[in-house]
Design a protein around this ligand. Structure first.
Ligand code: ATP
Length: 483
């Protein structure tokens, strides 16, 4: 059985083996921190996305609508948002190995090791000092901190560090067939967050949708960041997907809505049946240039508690900036209080790929099923049925005696309602195991008794219990759990 430290490796292998995730362009040895979702992964990812979309745009009491903005945006967007000047990570290079590290990651990894060695207070002290210095952008003192704690490069084992420098995380490219002059007017960026596509459409949506504050705009889409330290599988990618919602509110009401969305978003996570002990909030000490309050929702991944979602009170920073740079008023007339103002914004921002990894980490289980007579085990993904790539497997016991025909008819009757899978090869035990490994919550087996009384055996993934049910009950049982 996998321990926590190798559980992560087991999940990565499992993803590859069962068609969830492949390294991008693998035949050319892959591309660092870029991944492709396979036949199972794309279904699971879509189900997570659909559940978020529905929760936001359909099930909310608050008024939230969705949009789908383009990845390319006018370059001035990124000047206004602060990304051209501020979207930097402090980095440090090791002169011997030539390896580049994000300063916070380097120090955090060292603190983690200290904690493992039982030096808990020292580790906390180090992290606190780091937070303060990062907040002050005090790179000289940060480098001294690294040297003082003798923090070595994992590759060269030396402390031969360069000075700390800032690196911008945006990918740039050119529009049209201009020369590759980086400073040319044709330079465009691949968006590093989806939020700005919402801000620049604030008035379009407000006016055409006759939206009244408070209201929200939700969006799911790709974002790109030239992450220097890209590791931990799909946790930190260079091309990833975000699910973001900007909630437009009256100035002064932001703390109320901040608390509201903090609670609401955690509830969404817990509605997926995930153990609350696996979650915690992490309040930001160092606030981004646009925020007056911010926290992360963290989940305990196999490699520790890490951010999966951010809740940010963005004030009127973004709309104000766009008003200034575009010279177009970004104001709202509030008829209830007879006032014109630039709305404040509360943001919820979750990484779809990170959520995918969370769901997998939470549902992956290696079970020992050995009895005195024989050794046995299984890998099961205990996915909530609404997220499972396949809801129902239809398995005729044999390939003959008319059983496949009955099974095919069941497939035809149900595939319009949910995703089904049909298979007649191999022993029934092997077929069950394969379905367990991709998280299929229900398998039904068609046998000779089916011909006599129109019943099938349904097998439940988690309990492995089986029962006989009439064919016409199948749809009801499956739908009850996925709706
Ligand atoms: P981190 O501190 O991990 O770099 P961040 O604070 O920069 O994340 P945000 O800008 O708040 O992240 O983005 C919101 C969400 O987008 C994050 O909570 C995360 O789930 C997701 N996200 C951000 N960067 C990446 C990435 N490189 N790969 C995958 N998901 C990401």
């Amino acid at each position: 059985m996998a321990t926590d430290s190798n559980k992560f490796q087991a999940i990565i292998s499992h993803c590859k083996e069962y068609g969830f995730i492949f390294p991008s362009s693998e035949i050319y040895d892959g591309l660092q921190a870029v991944y492709d979702y396979g036949q199972m992964g794309s279904e699971l990812k879509k189900n997570i996305k659909d559940y978020w979309w529905k929760s936001m745009t359909q099930l909310q009491e608050n008024n939230i609508v969705g949009i789908d903005a383009a990845i390319f945006m006018h370059p001035t967007t990124w000047k206004a948002s602060g990304h051209v000047d501020n979207f930097n990570d402090p980095m440090i290079d090791n002169r011997d190995s030539k390896k580049r590290y994000r300063v916070d990651h380097l120090i955090e990894a060292h603190a983690e090791q200290m904690e493992k060695d039982g030096r808990i207070d020292e580790a906390r002290g180090l992290l606190q000092e780091m937070e303060v210095l990062l907040g002050q952008d005090n790179f000289v003192a940060l480098k001294e901190l690294i040297i003082k704690h003798n923090i070595k490069c994992a590759v060269s084992g030396t402390i031969n560090w360069t000075d700390i420098r800032q690196f911008n995380l945006m990918f740039a490219t050119e529009f049209g067939n201009a020369s590759a002059d980086a400073e040319s007017d044709n330079k465009v960026y691949l968006r590093p967050e989806t939020a700005q596509g919402i801000f620049v459409n604030f008035l379009n949506v407000q006016k055409t949708g006759r939206m009244k504050i408070p209201f929200g705009i939700a969006q799911v889409g790709k974002a790109f960041r030239n992450e220097i330290v890209a590791r931990q599988f799909i946790f930190r990618m260079r091309e990833f997907e975000q699910m973001e919602m900007q909630f437009f509110i009256r100035p002064g009401s932001q703390m109320e809505w901040y608390e509201y969305w903090k609670t609401e978003r955690l509830k969404w996570h817990l509605s997926l049946g995930i153990d609350p002990a696996k979650y915690r909030y992490h309040d930001h000490v160092k606030l981004a240039h646009y925020a007056d309050a911010a926290c992360d929702i963290e989940y305990e991944f196999p490699f520790g508690f890490k951010e999966v979602e951010g809740i940010h009170s963005r004030t009127d920073f973004d709309l104000k900036q766009h008003q200034e740079y575009s010279r177009k008023k970004q104001q709202y007339f509030d008829t209830e209080i007879n006032q014109n103002y630039i709305p404040y914004v509360l943001e919820t921002s979750i990484g779809l790929d990170r959520m995918f990894l969370l769901v997998l980490s939470n549902s992956y289980e290696e079970q020992d099923l050995s009895t005195e007579e024989k050794k046995d085990s299984r890998v099961v993904l205990k996915l909530v049925p609404k997220l499972a790539p396949i809801k129902l497997a239809i398995l005729p016991l044999t390939k003959k005696d008319g059983l496949p025909e009955i099974a095919q008819q069941i497939l035809k009757d149900n595939r319009g309602a949910f995703k089904c899978f049909y298979e007649e090869k191999d022993t029934i035990g092997k077929r069950y195991r394969r379905m367990d490994a991709i998280g299929t919550p229900y398998c039904i087996t068609i046998d000779h008794q089916t011909k006599e009384d129109n019943t099938v055996t349904i097998r439940y993934r988690d309990s492995m219990e089986q029962e006989r049910i009439p064919i016409d009950k199948i749809r009801e049982i499956v739908l009850k759990e996925i709706e």
